[in-house]
Write a protein that binds this ligand. Structure first.
Ligand code: MN
Ligand code: MN
Length: 306
C-alpha cells in the first residue's frame, strides 16, 4: 500500500472510529460501570436499546454533529463558520434523536440571531464541541495554527469555555500526530502537556468519572487509550466505564482509528452501522484532507505564492 492510500485509510478510520464508538456506547449512556457489568458482563457487541431505544449500530448526535462539521467544510470548500452553523441548524430542524442542551442553545442562537459565537459561560465545559472535532483534525492536517484557530471558532458556536478549547486542540493534535505515524509515547507527551497547563486534566491516577464534563471525558479517553493495545480494547474498555458512554466511545474511537488504522476496526461493528452513514463518512474523509490548506500548498507551490 502506498503511503497516500495508507493516509486515506487512516483518515477514514478516524471518522468511522467515531461512529462505531458512538453506536457501541450509546445503549450504555447514563449507566454505571456496575450496571453494565451486571447486565452484559463485558459489553463488546452492538446491542442497541438504552434510554434512547436504539437499533443495534444506530449512531447519535456525536456522529451526526461530526457529519455536519465535515459536510460544512466540504460544502464550503474550506473554512466557513456560517456554513457549518447552517449544517447544525439543518440537523437541529430534522428533530434528531438526541441533542445536548448546550449544543441546542448555541445552534438556536445562530438560527434566531445569526450569531456564530456563544457568550463565555462557566457552565459550558461539556464535551459537546470535543465530540465532533475529528473532521477539523483532517482538514487542518499539517497546520497546527489553523487547527487551533478552527478548533476555537468551531467550539464557540456552542461551547465557549477555555477547558473545552484546550481539550479540542489537544485531541486534534493527537489525531494529527497519529495520522502521520507518531508513536504512542509522543501522543502521551501531548496529553501530559495539556495536564501540565490545566492540572484538572491529570488522568494518572484515573479518577474514574466518565461524565459529560469535558475534563472527566478526556481523562477517561486518555486513561483507556494509553493502557489499551488495540482499537477494540480502547473502545470496549471506554464504553464499559458507562456514564457518557457514547461520547467517550466516539472520542476514543477517533484517536484510536487514527492510531491503529482502518484494518483494526472490528468488521462486525462496521457491518452493524447504517450503510448510508458509512458511505458518507468514507467519502468525506479524503475530501477533508485534500482541502487542507497546508497540503494543498505543498502540492502546488506555484499557486501558493500568488
Ligand atoms: Mn450521543
Ligand atoms: Mn453522549
Amino acid at each position: 500500500m502506498t503511503s497516500h492510500d495508507d493516509l486515506t485509510a487512516r483518515c477514514r478510520a478516524v471518522l468511522l472510529g467515531v461512529a462505531v464508538g458512538d453506536a457501541l456506547g450509546a445503549p450504555m449512556e447514563f449507566m454505571t460501570s456496575g450496571e453494565i457489568a451486571a447486565k452484559y458482563g463485558r459489553l463488546n457487541e452492538m446491542v442497541g436499546g438504552g434510554w434512547l431505544r436504539l437499533k443495534p449500530g444506530q449512531v447519535t448526535d456525536d456522529t451526526e454533529m461530526t457529519l455536519c462539521l465535515a459536510r460544512g467544510i466540504v460544502t464550503a470548500g474550506g473554512w466557513d463558520l456560517r456554513t457549518i452553523a447552517h449544517e447544525f441548524a439543518v440537523w437541529l430542524r430534522s428533530k434528531p434523536i438526541d441533542v445536548g442542551d448546550t449544543c441546542r442553545r448555541g445552534i438556536r442562537n445562530f438560527m434566531l440571531k445569526g450569531e456564530t459565537e456563544s457568550p463565555p459561560n462557566q457552565w459550558d465545559a461539556g464535551n459537546g464541541a470535543l465530540m465532533r472535532m475529528t473532521p477539523l483534525a483532517l482538514y487542518t492536517l499539517g497546520d497546527k495554527e489553523l487547527l487551533q484557530k478552527c478548533s476555537i471558532e468551531h467550539g464557540h458556536l456552542t461551547h465557549n469555555h477555555p477547558l473545552s478549547d484546550a481539550a479540542c486542540i489537544c485531541y486534534g493534535r493527537m489525531i494529527q500526530m497519529a495520522l502521520l505515524g507518531a508513536e504512542k509515547s509522543r501522543l502521551r507527551r501531548e496529553a501530559d502537556r495539556l495536564a501540565a497547563e490545566y492540572p484538572s486534566f491529570r488522568f494518572d491516577p484515573y479518577p474514574g468519572l466518565a461524565t459529560g464534563y469535558v475534563v472527566d471525558t478526556l481523562q477517561t479517553v486518555f486513561h483507556y487509550f494509553f493502557r489499551s493495545r488495540s482499537f477494540e480494547e480502547c473502545v470496549t474498555s471506554t464504553v464499559n466505564q458507562g456514564g457518557d458512554a457514547d461520547t467517550t466511545g466516539a472520542i476514543i474511537g477517533g484517536v484510536a482509528g487514527a492510531y491503529y488504522g482502518l484494518e483494526e476496526i472490528p468488521r462486525r461493528w462496521l457491518k452493524k452501522l447504517d450503510r448510508g452513514c458509512v458511505t458518507e463518512l468514507e467519502s468525506l474523509a479524503p475530501k477533508l484532507v485534500s482541502l487542507s490548506p497546508q497540503l494543498t500548498q505543498s502540492r502546488s507551490p506555484s499557486t501558493s505564492s500568488s
